[in-house]
Design a protein around this ligand. Structure first.
Ligand SMILES: Nc1ncnc2c1ncn2[C@@H]1O[C@H](COP(=O)(O)OP(=O)(O)OP(=O)(O)O)[C@@H](O)[C@H]1O
Ligand SMILES: [Mg+2]
Length: 231
């Protein structure tokens, strides 16, 4: 589905990603973990064209998309749910959704709202009137309306109460059952490991672990050094 091959990404002079390689297969859920500043968001920005890599390849459905602008990448079927959620505060929930909707998507306003019943009752509320959990659901719903084949989620559990985290987790799990390919960035390693088929841990912009969730759990050295969770 997508393969990043030795990408190097910079912010100005700051060299952030160093020969980073990873891949997400068809219908696979892959977790990308790492501590603060490891380069997780930068990896997603590299894929979506917001901060294109200076060198390396990003192959998606057989073509190199590295350096394409964000709009183009989105039209090829890659949707980002950003860390900051980026809900328009002064538009209603419904307007936030309708501006994302794209013809040809398997998700439309109707079936997306069936999936997120809590949003259904909030459609006329402004973005800024929604709770953190509702904004997160809205951000995921909006991404689905663009008709993605690959969904990139940047810390969907961030700042949410435990019950809401569970709701977000079940949403991701349902999408997984529908065989949506996902790259899931999380600081909440526990949540990510329960959902993922495979996992990468990155540090200082480079991959330091690649394997199954079970293999990561068993690797005390990696979990204590890079994830700050004691074995
Ligand atoms: N716009 C920017 N300009 C310069 N440096 C940046 C910029 N954004 C991020 N960085 C730096 O790039 C590095 C990687 O940041 P990135 O946001 O990718 O990390 P992250 O793994 O997503 O961290 P977090 O868990 O805090 O979200 C950090 O050292 C950060 O300070
Ligand atoms: Mg980040």
């Amino acid at each position: 589905m997508i393969e990043l091959e030795r990408i190097n990404t910079f912010y100005g002079l700051g060299h952030i990603l160093h020969d980073l390689s990873l891949r997400v297969g068809e219908s696979e859920v892959v977790a990308l973990l790492g501590r603060n500043g490891a380069g997780k968001t930068t990896t997603l920005r590299s894929i979506t064209g917001l901060t294109p890599p200076r060198t390396g390849a990003i192959r998606y459905k057989g073509r190199d998309i590295a350096g394409l602008d964000a709009h183009h990448v989105s039209r090829l079927g890659i949707a980002l749910v950003p860390e900051t959620r980026d809900i328009f505060s002064y538009l209603s929930a419904k307007e936030n959704l309708s501006i994302a909707a794209r013809a040809g998507s398997r998700w439309n306003m109707e079936n997306v709202l069936e999936r997120f019943p809590s949003l259904k009752t909030r459609l006329n509320n402004k973005g800024r009137e929604l709770s953190g959990g509702e904004q997160q659901m809205l951000a995921i719903a909006r991404a689905l309306l663009t008709g993605p084949d690959l969904l990139l989620l940047d810390e969907p559990s961030q700042g949410l109460a435990p019950l809401v985290v569970n709701a977000v987790m079940s949403t991701i799990d349902e999408l997984k059952k529908e065989r949506v390919s996902m790259l899931l960035v999380e600081q909440n390693a526990e949540m990510a490991l329960r959902l993922a088929d495979r996992v990468y841990v990155i540090d200082h912009g480079t991959v330091v672990f690649e394997g199954t969730p079970a293999a990561l759990r068993a690797d005390r050295q990696v979990t204590t050094t890079y994830l700050g969770v004691g074995g």
